[in-house]
Design a protein around this ligand. Structure first.
Ligand code: MSP
Length: 511
């Protein structure tokens, strides 16, 4: 059985912004964590290329939509490589394979008698690609997400009988594990309790979309097409891209991680579409919060957009990952503050974790011939071994519950306690007396061993920093040994060489 995790499929109207980097980093950490636990992971990301928004963006640039999509999709792909994102599948919804899956799915839904022709009238946000529930003063109302006016639409469209699935959707969303966090679940329960309305799944005024097979001039509504990207991505390695092969290759998804603004699509429309097509619904939809900048919404008009490329080239991957994972509780909104960012990186990564490794390794090299001390008394009966055991257990529990901030805090807290242990025991004083050598060996061994465990715990969170810690401890992680086994105390081998230390993370300056 595979563990299937997905990011949203990002619109290609623009290059990736910090919000997309955020979701993708979180998914990447979860995917790495599950792989380390021995699961067969399928981590899906990709791009959502059709629809009016993309069509207009290309028109404004004076190029055809396909050329525009090729250009931006490439940027997304390169971007994820730069961020060291370990995705398994990258789906483009303009691909022929995907179109095939959409057509097959549509046929199934039609056979369930869930498609009919009707007239769609309403106020539409092109940014969201969504009809809004007739807000007050609709003509002057601005979508709070895109700050743009709504557009009036009145056209003949094909509809999907969502209303037929009222009872089944109520049951699914009331399940305690389907929607997280609970505030989001309650929003959806509220929305569904007002009664589900059928929604239109085709457009007549959008040429940049997948043509509906039996209706000239109709293309599929971009959301109907995009959600199926998850399904086509899974079967992309099979001989043939099809619903059957998707099911055989791992569908349903274990978790769709998305922003809170697109929850309705994933937690209501999508399950109903899948039931109609005789397919299983995803196991979980997690709606994370929004990122703001120094307390304000990020937006081009406000001039406060944080360019992820700049962040990456200026600070590197680990600092940005650490801030986004550790400082924001997944599910809540989070704020990116420059000063806080610098302080957190300097305190947590440079002073606490980096310094712990650097000073202990230096002492060990100086006193024990560039090696880990040969500690005869490796035992679990010491304070640090006990603390590490508790930290590891709690970290695993938190990570399994997708509380990544708390898992990251567990690692940090073990590093803080290890530093305290070192300071309390003062091996640099003890070493002055020859009789103290055994006890100094034990202290240094324990601290290095705890640092080894810290490095391992960082593997899914900060893979690059973790690998530097590994290098400095003499490349001790073993691919062939289960990761969880390696989290046990006492595996650092006495007398093994310690390479010359270098700072694993540079301190940042606040400008
Ligand atoms: N194309 C659709 C998703 C289709 S999934 C089958 C879409 N794309 S998007 O590019 O507009 O948005 C992608 C994700 O970015 C959404 O989950 C949205 O919530 C998220 N974010 C947009 N702005 C954000 C922040 N400021 N902060 C965090 N996430 C944000 O919607």
């Amino acid at each position: 059985m595979s563990f299937v995790i997905t990011t949203p499929l990002y619109y290609v109207n623009d290059k990736p912004h910090l919000g997309s980097v955020y979701t993708t980093i979180i998914c990447d950490s979860i995917a790495r964590f599950k792989r380390l636990l021995g699961e067969d992971v399928i981590f899906i990301t990709g791009v959502d290329e059709h629809g009016l928004k993309i069509q207009r963006t290309a028109n404004e640039k004076g190029i055809d939509p396909k050329t525009h999509c090729d250009e931006i999709s490439k940027i997304f792909d390169i971007n994820w490589e730069n961020w060291n994102i370990s995705y398994d599948k990258f789906i483009r919804t303009s691909s022929k394979n995907h179109e095939k899956v959409v057509n097959e799915f549509y046929e199934r839904v039609k056979q369930s008698d869930d498609i009919y022709m009707g007239v769609q009238k309403g106020w539409y946000c092109v940014g969201c690609e969504e009809f809004k529930d007739n807000p007050e003063n609709s003509a002057t109302y601005k979508c709070p997400i895109h700050q743009k006016n709504l557009e009036w639409k009145n056209e003949e469209n094909l509809f999907f009988r969502l209303s037929k699935y009222q009872k089944q959707i109520e049951k699914i969303i009331n399940d305690s594990t389907f929607i997280e966090p609970v505030e989001r679940k309650n929003e959806i329960i509220n929305f569904v309790s007002r009664g589900l309305k059928d929604f239109s799944i085709s457009r007549t005024n959008v040429s940049w979309g997948i043509p509906v097979p039996d209706h000239d001039n109709h293309t599929f509504y971009v959301w109907f097409d995009a959600l199926l990207g998850y399904v086509s991505a899974i079967s992309s390695n099979a001989k043939e891209c099809s619903l059957k092969n998707s099911i055989l290759s791992g569908w349903p998804a274990d978790i769709h991680l998305i922003g809170k603004d697109i929850l309705r699509f994933h937690a209501v429309y999508w399950p109903a579409m899948l039931i109609s097509a005789g397919m299983k619904v995803p196991k979980k939809v997690f709606g994370h919060g929004f990122l703001t900048r120094e307390g304000q919404k990020m937006g081009k008009s406000l001039g406060n957009v944080l360019d992820p490329d700049l962040l990456l080239s200026k600070y590197g991957n680990d600092p940005v990952r650490w801030y986004l994972i550790k400082d924001i509780s997944l599910g809540n909104d989070g704020d990116f503050q420059d000063k806080r960012f610098v302080d957190i990186i300097n305190n947590d990564l440079a002073n606490t974790i980096g310094n712990l490794l650097n000073r202990t390794s230096s002492m060990s090299r100086k006193w024990f011939e560039n090696k880990v001390p040969n500690n005869e008394k490796i035992s679990n009966e010491n304070k640090l071994a006990h603390l590490a055991k508790i930290s590891v257990e709690s970290y695993l529990e938190k990570f399994n519950q997708y509380k990544l901030d708390l898992a990251a805090n567990e690692v940090l807290s073990l590093a803080i306690k290890t530093n305290l242990y070192l300071n309390d025991n003062q091996p640099w004083m003890l070493i002055k007396k020859k009789d103290n050598l055994p006890i100094v060996k034990e202290i240094i061994y324990n601290v290095l061993e705890s640092t080894r465990i810290i490095g391992l715990l960082l593997l899914p969170l900060l893979p690059e920093l973790s690998s530097k810690i590994n290098d400095q401890l003499g490349s001790i992680y073993k691919k062939e040994v289960q990761w969880e086994q390696q989290l046990k105390w006492g595996l650092l081998v006495g007398n093994s060489s310690l390479p010359k230390p270098y700072p694993i993370i540079n301190k940042l300056e606040y400008e």
